[in-house]
Design a protein around this ligand. Structure first.
Ligand SMILES: [Zn+2]
Length: 241
């Protein structure tokens, strides 16, 4: 009798774990969330992050504050619409200067992403500075995070501590990396963004972008986006893949 009961429990356990497994594999993220066209739950005061990333950020910034560093987020969640405004504004400015569509796009992607391809759409990414030093002009400049720069201490603290809160640099100074330049200010909440990129890579990006009303979208075809994915989207620290 005891043996039977034992087997019965085992069968129940295996059914549970199988169904649990199926449930897990079906837990796909809404494709619209991956391209900034969904309505994610966002939290934060003066910034917007998905709840788990927000909680981890709060813990990390509390720890930094004890060391005299006041982490301030200057950019977090960004919607497709916002990125599209930025894109189309730059595109028409370059066109007014007499450039071709191709030249305009090449200029824009030096420092901006194609709408639908920004990691900032995920609510897991932060661009940060230290709010304590008084800084004039643009803040997100590499030299301000190094040597005698006002954010050097913030960079050093993040390099030693961010990983333990789940935050990693996608755009490292590794010269073998392709795509975007080194961004010492941009951190990604890896426990979520690793899942995001996995599913992101399964999307039909050309289809989504072709119909979105972007300047120069006729050039953003399948081949172009395939190359952009390889160089820019996958051109991150492999620890985030
Ligand atoms: Zn960023």
């Amino acid at each position: 009798m005891t043996v039977y009961r034992h087997e019965f429990i085992n069968v129940l356990l295996s059914i549970f774990s199988m169904s649990h497994f199926r449930f897990e594999s079906k837990m796909n993220i809404d494709p619209l969330l991956l391209i900034g066209q969904g309505s994610p739950e966002l939290q934060g005061d003066g910034y917007a992050l998905v709840p788990d990333a927000h909680l981890a950020f709060q813990e990390m910034s509390a720890a930094a504050e004890k060391q005299g560093i006041k982490i301030m987020i200057v950019s977090s969640y960004r919607s497709f619409e916002r990125q599209k405004q930025i894109w189309n504004k730059h595109f028409s400015n370059y066109k007014k200067q007499g450039g071709s569509d191709k030249q305009a796009i090449l200029k824009i992607i030096q420092y901006s992403t194609i709408p639908g391809t920004s990691r900032h759409h995920w609510g897991t990414e932060i661009d940060i500075i230290d709010a304590k030093p008084k800084v004039e002009g643009d803040v997100l400049l590499t030299h301000k995070f190094h040597d005698q720069g006002p954010y050097n201490e913030l960079r050093l603290w993040m390099e030693s501590n961010a990983n333990q809160y789940g935050f990693y640099l996608p755009y490292t100074p590794d010269e073998k990396r392709s795509g975007f330049k080194y961004e010492p200010w941009h951190y990604s909440f890896a426990p979520l963004s690793r899942k995001m990129i996995k599913q992101y890579l399964t999307l039909d990006l050309p289809e989504m972008i072709a119909t979105a009303g972007l300047g120069g979208s006729n050039l953003l075809d399948e081949n172009y986006l395939k190359n952009y994915t390889d160089s820019h989207i996958l051109g991150i620290d492999p620890i985030l893949l």
